[in-house]
Design a protein around this ligand. Sequence first.
Ligand code: UDP
Length: 318
Amino acid sequence: MRVLLTGVAGFIGSHLAERLLQEGHSVVGLDNFLTGQRENIAHLLRHPRFSFMEQDVSKPFRVEGPLDAVLHFASPASPNPDSPYGYPNLPIETMQAGSLGTFHTLDLAREHGARYMLASTSEVYGDPQVHPQPETYWGHVNPVGERAVYDEAKRFAEALTMAYHRKYGLDTRIVRIFNTYGPRMRLDDGRVIPNFLQQALRGEPLTVYGDGSQTRSFCYVDDLVEGILRLLQVQEPYPVNLGNPHEITVLELAETINRLLDNPAGVVFLPHRMLEGDPVRRCPDITKARTLLGWEPRVGLEEGLRRTIEDFRQRMGL
Ligand code: UDP
């Protein structure tokens, strides 16, 4: 296939591009480096089946030549207001990537007769009241909260993708991605795993927001990418959750990282710095992915963290 991938310089985008190339596909990667990083694709630029366009998805654009698949993965994704790369500091860009960017990529798929995949998010469930979250749960989102720029952009993007599927018969898919981690995460996007790993590697206390009883379920990036490739091969327009159902508290995550890195500094509890609406619990129900794709995560948290730590050490110059 010749695949257009937006957000190719992002954390997930760069891993997905690498895997598509390994499978023998050609990749046209697109990014404007708003939150993506040039170093994530430096090694791909030398690949004969990879080409790159520096482009904002919220502005119209054309792609020369045939396309078999369009994958829309471009968006800011970190909720941390302390980072310049968090979506609270990029509110308009985030809404444009999810709205205009989705229009543009859907139109492109239509023009080229290509299949389509939208990267959506567990954030469509907001601060969920159902645990674990199945795809049939409609969510609990505050439309005027600070997280709304991301949550509602992705909800709009899902609705738009379904509209193109229903009206034009476009061969679409929606993947709802839960917390994912691994090499190449931005060091400075303020998310929990990059923050904790850097703090532990420097021997500092880990900054736990609130009392650390909130839960997340962390999926190693290679597992996620495997699920995405499988979903690309089936025809299923309705959303599919991809994530690791192993749910832990933020405090347990901190303790695990401190143990793996022999960090004696412990944790420090900070007043809740995250946005109002920080989900109290989040865990994917992956029954649909198991049944439809025969997929489930393979890499456990400690193994995934060890692989991620190697990458962080190198990038931090340790
Ligand atoms: N968090 C934390 N310390 C940090 C960064 C994040 O305790 O230094 C918490 C945050 O409040 C949230 C969870 O970790 O409850 C996951 O945050 P992240 O930004 O990684 O992603 P989210 O799942 O909220 O999109």
